[in-house]
Design a protein around this ligand. Structure first.
Ligand code: HEC
Length: 607
């Protein structure tokens, strides 16, 4: 889509035409005219009807199409100051704080002073239903969890129903009749969200009762007139600048991203088989994309099924999942559905595809100090190694948890073959599905050892980088997901369904754990974490609560950064050279995200 920025930058005889086009676009797209002499910044106070400050409101400046949004917080006096905005691009402002009505200003330049002075008045939200709708998904989901007595079922629900999308967001908290629930659970099961027959039996009534407006709204808003209801974030959070860039379309799903040493961001669209590149420093933040070649692979790749594709609106033949940058600057991608690795050369902009000799569903990848790529193979319980220098490949089978699991894993190629002719997924979704181990996160220790997690098996393991010997260890918590080493060789692990993070010492073999401070406790599911090895600060996904969470291991203090977009489901975290935190909003399906388009985002804690 052409951008307003492009049209307006033109000068000379075409300027009048450009302006006319821009005005048309503006009228069609946003209703705002592109302000030519607009101030480079806006600043002022967020205030209530009596002129008192509203503290900790999120003030968001949206520019361009696709959108680039910058969010700052109002301070203790209600004061805010926007970052420097792109010139000659129409700007919209949104002000938001829980308990207050969203304020939108479509053409702030028209109402601000010449110097950009703009006060933003907020009105109290007095309608309990509207206040409840402002709360992040985890508050709603907490109502479901509070009704569950069996801790085993609770753990299963969190592990199996929250790994594609949030639970408790607007789309998932609708009361449905029995037939609708049967269809939803069959669809979820087909895509991988299989649950035991016992859990399947209780979900419809459990969700319906928890989410019925007459139960949910009073429970969520009982304290809405108390001063401590949804308090503003603390001072250190209010210094932050959060930027978001829309990437792809409505049928996109940006799974993981990586920060390239050259400052550009690469992200993979798992639904559309595309690699994206965002240059946040370029005027208008250039977005480019390339389609990853899929040869003659069918829709669904190695996981093609007889009837329906795996997810609605998908165009995935190779399903790019994760990516990392090699020492030579090339970008390596796991193609989960294609059962391949891809190398993208940023110079020639060409892909080279490496089919795997064994195993299924290449998932997360990391480079070791020798430049070899190590990756988990989630479906077949392997860890793979590919040496780009020699093109050698090794696939190492991890131990299964039972004989039956081992047999099923061996039968996987045959099952996938049969699945192209018979509806095995549908059958599995409606039976008692076997729990598979699912090798997940992977990272390389300072001593070169390769560490992985087995998500469903409460285990982590070490692979010797020379002998390939495997050693597995039980974790004292469920669902170890994407783990990372700090600079001192301690391994940090998020427990997805346990709602905690843990530090494992490979020397003493001891775990130390901290519960995430997200209220209601236990309602969040941290998908990933990453350690900024410059300071050993740990950053954690508040995946179900629209937050990013910082943990300082020295002081053992958590700091919770709320994110401005409702339904911000975060996965991989990376850091840029300035120490800012990058992640993607990869809720699948994307259309559950507020605005309906996937975004990548950057948090600058000292913005
Ligand atoms: C493998 C990914 C995945 C998992 C796991 C998953 N879902 Fe979904 N879910 C989706 C997708 C994709 C959609 C959108 C489907 C559509 O609109 O066609 C969705 C939509 C939904 C919806 C809204 C349906 C609607 O009518 O809009 C509900 C409710 C839901 N999921 C509940 C669950 C529950 C309960 C579980 C656990 C049993 C679960 N999900 C596990 C991918 C998943």
């Amino acid at each position: 889509m052409t951008s307003l920025a492009g049209a307006n930058l033109r000068r000379g005889p075409l300027a009048a035409l450009a302006l006319a086009v821009a005005l048309l676009w503006g009228a069609a797209a946003s209703g705002a005219s592109p302000p030519d002499g607009a101030p480079p910044r806006f600043s002022g106070r967020v205030i209530d009807a009596a002129g008192n400050p509203v503290v900790g409101a999120m003030v968001t400046f949206e520019q361009g199409d696709p959108i680039h949004a910058s969010t700052v917080f109002s301070d203790a006096d209600g004061r805010y100051r926007s970052p420097r905005l792109a010139p000659r691009v129409s700007t919209r402002v949104r002000v938001r704080r829980i308990g207050w009505r969203d304020l939108r200003v479509d053409d702030p330049a028209a109402v601000a002073g010449d110097d950009g002075a703009l006060d933003l008045p907020l009105e109290r939200e007095t309608d309990p239903a509207a206040v409840a709708a402002q709360l992040p998904a985890n508050h709603w989901y907490g109502l479901v969890l509070a009704r569950m007595e069996d801790p085993v079922q609770k753990e299963e629900l969190k592990r199996q129903c929250t790994y594609c999308h949030q639970q408790g967001n607007r789309a998932t908290r609708i009361v449905r009749d029995a037939e609708e629930w049967r269809k939803v659970l069959l669809l979820m099961g087909r895509m991988g969200g299989m649950v035991s027959p016992e859990l399947r039996a209780v979900i419809p009534d459990l969700f319906n009762e928890a989410y019925a407006p007459e139960n949910a709204i009073p429970a969520l808003t009982a304290r809405m007139n108390e001063p401590d209801f949804a308090p503003p974030p603390p001072t250190e959070v209010r210094r932050a600048l959060i930027e978001e860039w829309e990437l792809g379309g409505r049928a996109s799903m940006q799974h993981d991203l990586v920060v390239h040493p050259d400052g550009r961001i690469y992200s993979v669209d798992m639904n559309q088989d595309q690699l994206f590149r965002l240059d946040p420093r370029a005027p208008g933040a250039t977005r480019e994309h390339w389609t990853i070649p899929h040869g003659d692979l069918p829709l669904g790749g190695a996981f093609a099924t007889v009837d329906s594709p795996l997810t609605p609106n998908t165009n995935a033949h190779v399903g790019p999942h994760s990516l990392q940058v090699a020492g030579d600057g090339s970008v390596w991608i796991t193609l989960a559905l294609g059962n391949q690795l891809a190398r993208f050369d940023p110079e020639s902009e060409e892909f080279e595809i490496f089919p795997l000799v064994d195993g299924y569903y290449p998932h997360t990848l990391r480079f070791d100090p020798r430049g070899r790529i190590w990756f988990t193979l989630a479906a077949s319980n392997h860890v793979g190694m590919l040496d780009p220098a020699t093109r050698d490949q090794v696939e190492i089978r991890l131990p299964a948890a039972s004989f039956a699991q081992a047999v099923t894993l061996r039968a996987l190629p045959a099952l996938l073959f049969l699945g192209r002719y018979f509806d095995l997924r549908g059958a599995a979704a409606e039976s008692n599905p076997m729990v598979m181990p699912i090798p997940y996160g992977i990272d390389v220790a300072p001593d070169g050892g390769i560490w992985v997690s087995q998500l469903n098996q409460r285990r982590i393991g070490r692979i010797d980088p020379d002998s390939f010997d495997v050693e597995m260890l039980d974790t004292p918590f469920p669902a170890p997901r994407r783990l990372r080493f700090d600079s001192r060789g301690k391994l940090w692990i998020p427990s997805f369904s346990g709602g905690l993070i843990s530090r494992f010492d490979p020397g003493t073999r001891e775990f130390e754990s901290w519960d995430l401070p997200i209220e209601p406790l236990g309602s969040d599911v941290p998908y990933a974490l990453n350690v900024d090895r410059r300071s050993d600060t740990v950053w954690i996904c508040g995946t179900n609560s629209d937050t990013l969470i910082r943990f300082d291991p020295e002081t053992e203090v958590f700091t919770v950064f709320p994110l401005p977009t409702r339904v911000t489901y975060t996965r991989e975290i990376d850091f840029d050279a300035e120490g800012r935190i990058w992640t993607s909003n990869s809720n699948a399906p994307t259309w559950q995200i507020e605005g309906g388009v996937a975004r990548v985002l950057r948090l600058d804690p000292d913005g």
